[in-house]
Design a protein around this ligand. Structure first.
Ligand code: CU
Length: 161
């Protein structure tokens, strides 16, 4: 606490000599920058009652924090028209994974194992979920919705450069 007060008084001293308002602004901006950066780069993926994602291609940079927002723009409850976003590791057998996912209702349709890089919760109409993750290896990955019967239509390529 003493250190903080010391820092504040030093900042004030500096501020007094040279446009105090500007000094204060840049201090706050530095603090908030990580949040602003994340939101400006967030990937938005929409899903709907027609069992569709609005994108079949997503791109991101290797080694950087990725923020993904999944929206369900429909009205049907998740028990009947649930959607999630599941990003698979590259050596995953997509069909086999999706078959096992159908049986994993108790775990939001995410099967046991180590095949996913990231996934959202299962959401219904009007809901959203936001996740952050990092992919280190460049490549073309598969994402899908694991709600039973959805993955053959609800899937796409996630390109990491
Ligand atoms: Cu779905």
């Amino acid at each position: 606490m003493k250190n903080l007060l010391y820092l504040l008084s030093v900042t004030l001293l500096i501020s007094c000599g040279n446009e105090p308002k500007k000094e204060k602004f840049s201090y706050e901006r530095v603090k908030e920058e990580p949040v602003a950066q994340v939101s400006s780069e967030a990937l938005i993926l929409n899903s709907n009652d027609q069992m569709l994602f609005d994108k079949s291609l997503l791109k991101a940079n290797a080694g950087e924090e990725i923020t993904l927002v999944l929206n369900h723009t429909g009205k049907i409850a998740k028990e009947f028209m649930g959607h999630n976003f599941v990003l698979l590791k590259n050596d995953t057998d997509v069909d086999d994974f999706a078959q096992r996912a159908m049986l994993a209702k108790d775990n939001q349709y995410i099967p046991e194992g180590d095949e996913t890089i990231a996934y959202t919760s299962m959401i219904g109409g009007g809901e959203s979920d936001k996740i952050t993750f990092t992919v280190d290896e460049p490549g073309t990955y598969v994402y899908l919705c694991t709600f039973p019967g959805h993955y053959q239509i609800m899937r796409g390529e996630f390109i990491v450069e």
